[in-house]
Write a new protein. Sequence first.
Length: 91
Amino acid sequence: MSRGLEFAELQSWFAKQIKAQNIDWQSHPLQMDGQSPFDYQCQQLLLQAERHWRLKYGFAPSHGSLMKALFAAISDQDQQKKRPWWQAWFN
């Protein structure tokens, strides 16, 4: 599997899990010590992704690859939630 496909699959897996578990970084204030509910949810997702990948492909992606795919999925989710500026004028 090429790196591009591997990353796309990881990002897609994270996006599905984020949606299924209703994870939203904006629902809780971020904390500098990494102890927010969002931080715990992300840690759980990273562990689940590593386990899923290991069972499916026989190896685990690097922690950096997992983090990059997770935050790319979060960023995509955040971009999808944003409404065009003009919609605010009509609500």
